[in-house]
Design a binder for this molecule. Sequence first.
Ligand SMILES: Cc1cc2nc3c(=O)[nH]c(=O)nc-3n(C[C@H](O)[C@H](O)[C@H](O)COP(=O)(O)O)c2cc1C
Length: 286
Amino acid sequence: MLNDQSIMALIQARFSCRTYRNEPIAADLRRQLEGFMDTNRVGPLGTSARFKLVAATEEDRQSLKGLGTYGFIRGATGFILGAVGEGAKNLEDFGYLMEHIVLYATSLSLGTCWLGGTFNKSGFADKLGLEADEVMAAVAAVGAISDRRGLVDRVIRRGAGSISRRPWDRLFFDRRFDAPLTPEAAGDYATPLEMVRLGPSASNRQPWRIVWDGTAWHFYIQRTPGYGKGFSGRFMTTDLQRVDLGIAMCHWALTTEELGLNGSWAVREPAIPRTDDLTEYVVSWA
Ligand SMILES: Cc1cc2nc3c(=O)[nH]c(=O)nc-3n(C[C@H](O)[C@H](O)[C@H](O)COP(=O)(O)O)c2cc1C
């Protein structure tokens, strides 16, 4: 449960909102969101992060000035900024913590949209006071959802295939990458897997792959050739597919917890032959 609401309902309700009502987020919602952000500081793999809400208020509608462009987002009156320190799994931890905030915002009936590429990095870095040893992997727009979805919003959602997701047999496997795992065979874990499947990902690439080996669930990235890795902006290295894996971990952990399935994370690569060089082991849950 998150804010007295079912995690599964929140995961299903979330979508990338790109058209917002041009009104400040209500003061009590801002306070609740900030309160949650303050408690959400260490990722499951041990990296610390910090988050900040930058939002217009009734008194100051100009607070977002200077942030420049942020792609296709229209009317957003708030942004969730985040920074993570150095660490082997820092981007996964960042994705996990930011998605937890996104789901909390969803529980407040706010719209959100992850932004990893189409935003002005330096403006946001200034607002956050980004330190040299920190990475701002992505930000999220947040605000009141507009009833009227703009044209751009509709086109992007169709273009990015936002509503569509890869089928199970391309994502989840039984002991080997060439043996798909069916929902029936997954048993109690079919729901957590489905919640991973519904998660947001950069360009809707859905790079997460999960292999069940009889005792543990192993999470991998299936990298998109030439995408993300190695690209580096002025203030960040944007390996967004690692952030996507953190989002998948968040959906998995919150759902299993809600279903009373106990487990914990460990980084211990199993001896499962990988399909190709673009498949990269991340973490296991048992
Ligand atoms: C790490 C990350 C970065 C993203 N960057 C952008 C972005 O720069 N611009 C944008 O419009 N959407 C961005 N998205 C949103 C995805 O396009 C969206 O999650 C995906 O198409 C699935 O659609 P849905 O969120 O509506 O389910 C990003 C999502 C993630 C997870």
